[in-house]
Design a protein around this ligand. Structure first.
Ligand code: NAP
Length: 285
């Protein structure tokens, strides 16, 4: 039986928990001919690596992570979502198609947690790649989004890009202290790395800014599984959801694209949790 290979290309990529998650799914579905690899690929050889993986490596497809999500775009056929975001995280080499499953990962995980998006008023913290996926996905799901970001110009560019590429015109920008004066957000979404391990005492919501009462916080960070921002939400009678479910569901969407099979989400979540615990306790991690 010919082996079917997929994997994740990034630099560095050793800490990725995607292999554990996907290989557990292959095992659970008895897909013994499938294997998911770590593919450490430095930035200067992205183009030739894509060709080698596709033409000589026998890969069906790959996930793409930092810092290659934008760099792969000239060498693939992006779908609508990847084109709008200017970044791809999943490639299917059979037709050289690329997409970005972060949008599905986030929206599906919010839905799985019972968060209603249609008509919701959402505050997005950040204006990088993850925030772009969030603003697009939330707006398409019917939410009204306000963005706040450390650097005003970056948010301005993101909003202008989303207006041009996806016709999104309803999103506005406000500095945090001003945005925080509005108390009718139902959801605050952290799309910054502030609070991520090892800087676990950091919080993207400064202590000097009064926190919102009874709001749901979704933190895209999954290491640690409970961030300072999530603690803040709970202290203010709110709800806190970490980003591991988004990671699992973006991976599940890739799995579906490559294999045509329905991914076992529960198995993938358990494998991701176990791998995260193992990697967090590794020396030097
Ligand atoms: P990115 O493109 O580098 O953007 C980072 C954003 O965070 C920028 O808006 C940046 O503001 C802001 N930021 C960074 N450091 C900051 C600080 N010290 N204070 C205030 N703002 C700061 O990163 P990304 O790809 O969007 O990823 C953001 C986070 O989402 C990461 O933690 C990543 O691991 C997580 N993520 C999780 C998933 C998941 O599946 N759970 C998926 C994708 C991403 P400036 O514009 O001012 O620099």
């Amino acid at each position: 039986m010919a082996e079917k290979r997929v994997g994740v290309m990034g630099w560095p990529v050793a800490h990725s928990i995607s292999p554990a998650m996907h290989n557990a799914a292959f095992q659970a579905l008895n897909m013994i001919d499938w294997k998911y690899d770590l593919l450490p690929i430095p930035p200067d050889i992205v183009r030739q690596s894509l060709r080698t993986l596709r033409e000589e490596g026998g890969y069906t497809g790959v996930n793409v992570t930092v810092p290659h999500k934008q760099a792969v775009m000239p060498y693939v056929r992006p779908d609508e979502i990847a084109r709008v975001l200017g970044a791809a995280n999943t490639i299917d080499f059979r037709e050289n198609r690329a997409t970005n499953t972060d949008v599905e990962g986030l929206v599906e995980d919010l839905k799985a947690h019972g968060v209603v998006l249609d008509g919701a008023k959402v505050l997005v913290l950040g204006a990088g790649g993850a925030a772009r996926a969030a603003v697009y996905g939330l707006t398409m799901a019917g939410a009204v989004v306000t963005v706040t970001n450390r650097t005003f110009e970056r948010a301005q560019v993101m909003l202008a890009d989303l207006t041009i590429s996806a016709g999104i015109q309803t999103t506005n920008f406000k500095p945090l202290p001003e945005a925080a004066l509005e108390d009718d957000y139902t959801l605050v979404l952290n799309c910054t790395p502030v609070g991520m391990w090892p800087h676990v005492d950091a919080c993207p919501w400064p202590d000097g800014v009064p926190f919102l009462q009874g709001v749901t916080v979704y933190d895209m960070i999954y290491r640690p599984q409970k961030t300072r921002l999530m603690e803040k939400a709970e202290l203010h009678d709110g709800r806190a959801i970490g980003g591991l479910g988004m990671l699992v569901r973006q991976g599940a969407a890739s799995f579906r694209i490559w294999t045509g099979e329905e991914p076992p989400i529960g198995v993938m979540l358990m494998a991701a949790e176990a791998a995260l615990t193992e990697k967090t306790s590794e020396p030097g991690s």
